[in-house]
Every structure is written in C-alpha cells, then in structure tokens.
Design a protein around this ligand. Structure first.
Ligand code: MRU
Length: 342
C-alpha cells in the first residue's frame, strides 16, 4: 500500500535483517526499525512494533529464518522456536509460520529463508483475494463498522477486514467506515484511522462504546473484523471488544463478517474455549502515550493512582454470532471450517 505516494509493505527482509514499520510510533511519525537477530525480532513482536495476525506470523517466519543462520542443530532450532512462540500466544499465524519454517530449517538455512519469504508472499496474496471475494457482500454505499486494525498494517499488505473496503473503493463503490477506537492500545484510533486517511476512504472515529447506538440508529449496514485465531467450530478470537460488537450486531440483525486467511484457522483447536488468551501489562490500561500539539511525547496516567487493572487482549466470539467467514478460498459459514481448511 502507499504511504505518501511510496509503496510499502508492513515488513520485509533485507538480507537477513528484518525491516518493519514501527507501529508503536504511528501515526505520529513514520519510522522503520531494523532487527538483526532472532532475539531482536522476537522483542519487536512482543512489544508490538509489528502486530496483527499476519504481521506477527510473517515476523515469526523471518525470526525463524534468522535463527536458522544463528543456531546450530535441531536443538538450537527448537530453542529458537520456543522463543518465537513465547512472544504472543493467541495469533494462530505465528504458530503456522514457526512450524513451517522450523521444518525447512531442519533441511538447511537457505530452505528456511525461502520458506519465510514464501509465507510473506502468501500472506499478501491471501489478503488481496479476501478483498476481491468479499465484494458480493459490500453494497455500493456500504456503511461499515470495524474494530481494531485488520488493515494492511496487520499483514504484509492489503489486510483482511479492510481489504474489501480498499477493493470496493477501487471498483468505484463508496464505502464509509466507522472506526472503533479499540482501547487500550488504540489500534483503531491510531492505525485504522491513519490507514483509511492515507487511502482516502471516508471514515469517522467512534468511542468503543458508541457502536451499539449507531447500530440502533440504523447507521451500520455491516460489521467486518479480522481474526487472530478461528477454531474448528467457527468460534473466532479477535481483539478485545469484538464480542460486544457481535452481540449488538446480532440483536439489531446486522451482518457480522470475519475476514481471515486460512492460515488463521486452527483445526486442532476444537472451539473457542481452547484458544489461549493473551493478557498484557496493566500499564496499557493505566497509562496512555502520545505527542502534544508541539510534537513532544508524553506518557500520562488515565486511572486513579494505585488502581489494579486486568488487561485481556482478545475475546472469543461464538460461531453463532458470526454471519460468515471470508477467506482467500471463498466465503464460508462458520460451521464450514473443515471445508475452508481443505
Ligand atoms: O493485538 P493486535 O493488535 O496484534 O491484535 C490484532 C487484532 O486483534 C485485530 O483485531 C485483527 O483483527 C486480527 S489481525 C488481522
């Protein structure tokens, strides 16, 4: 996708260095980060310099390729794999990537590198197909609500929930997007709003708790979100707050779509209860950071000092609340995940 007229991917390899857009600095400044080792790339996944299901999957693939050149033997590779898999537990793409690159690395470091690059390519291609295949669900003047960021920044390119919007716009439709802020880290306010602005898609930021009112007022035609993991029964783990939107959409009879590549499917996970939920630092709730009007960066308290906080990063939306799951292979009912996985 373009940033100020120049084509970018979210992350890529230069030799054995991983280069990524620093998503902790966006949208206030556009900076690239270069990670030279597997350990550095793991830290970037953990601190969310790179994020989103596809983004962490590709970063994990690159980290494993770096490890293949650093570590010797199956034991060293297994240690590296454990390090990568310990970064973020919910996104299935991460585990999909480590398994594939680990197998390749057992053959040779060159094979590991080729496999990691293949995963990055596939990630972008699957996102593009999702955008195309979703068009039958997107009316000409669609008013869409989305949560968190499942745009191109959450993958190597195009995105999942936002790919249908970008494609609709390219086809001459007029989509409008309501963007949930997505507390506590503000992926909607910071990343989705920035992405849509860069691409010239009309949108409005809303507080997380405003969505149900807009639905009740008839202002939302459909909801599209991404996914971090889809269980075999069609239950969907996604950014905390997704479940509330799905419940409200069901009540008001609004279609609730999940856009995700099949690399997000976990057929070994029978249902949502088996999906591991990441809990992050309470500081994400208690403090907020950003620049003031002069560009000076500050971190400020937003809760009473001494308040304990609980910060689950994801929730699980039961399959019964999901209208359809849009994959690169087609549009499936949540009960059809076995077909999507074939
Ligand atoms: O914690 P993040 O920002 O990595 O979480 C990402 C999400 O949960 C997004 O909502 C997205 O839908 C999944 S990534 C496409």
């Amino acid at each position: 996708m373009k940033v100020q007229g120049k084509d970018y991917k979210t992350l890529w390899l230069e030799g054995l260095s991983v280069v990524m857009i620093d998503q902790n600095r966006l949208p206030f400044s556009f900076e690239l980060k270069r990670l030279e080792t597997c350990a550095q790339t793991c830290q970037a996944i953990r601190d969310m310099t790179v994020r989103g299901a596809g983004g962490v999957g590709v970063a994990a693939a690159f980290a494993m390729a770096q490890a293949a050149f650093e570590a010797s033997g199956a034991e060293g590779l297994s240690r590296a794999r454990a390090l990568v898999e310990g970064t973020r537990p919910t996104a299935q793409n991460l585990f999909h990537a480590t398994a594939r690159v680990f197998e390749a690395a057992l053959r040779s470091p060159q094979d590991a590198l080729a496999e990691a690059l293949a995963i990055a390519d596939e990630d972008a291609r699957m996102s593009q197909s999702i955008g195309e295949l979703a068009q039958e669900l997107i009316p000409r003047e669609a008013r869409v609500l989305t949560h968190c960021n499942a745009g191109w920044l959450a993958f190597t390119d195009h995105g999942t929930a936002l790919a249908p919007i970008y494609r609709a716009q390219a086809l001459g439709k007029n989509p409008f997007v309501y963007v949930d802020e997505t507390r506590p880290r503000g992926q909607g306010a910071r990343l989705t709003a920035w992405e849509l602005g860069q691409q010239g898609v009309p949108h409005q930021l809303i507080a997380d708790n405003a969505a149900a009112l807009l639905m009740a007022q008839g202002l939302v035609d459909l909801v599209i979100v991404g996914a971090d993991r889809v269980a075999a029964n069609g239950d969907v783990a996604n950014k905390i707050g997704t479940l509330e939107k799905a419940l409200a959409a069901k009540y008001f009879g609004i279609p609730f779509y999940v856009a995700a590549p099949t690399s997000t499917l976990d057929m070994l996970c029978p249902d949502g209860k088996a999906i591991p939920i990441e809990y992050r630092s309470e500081d994400e709730l208690l403090w907020q950071s950003g620049p003031d009007a002069d560009g000076q960066w500050h971190t400020v308290r937003v809760a009473a000092p001494g308040t304990p906080a609980l910060n689950p990063a994801f929730d699980v939306t039961p399959a019964a609340l999901v209208t359809a799951i849009i994959t690169e292979k087609g549009i499936f009912a949540p009960q059809q995940m076995d077909q999507a996985a074939r």
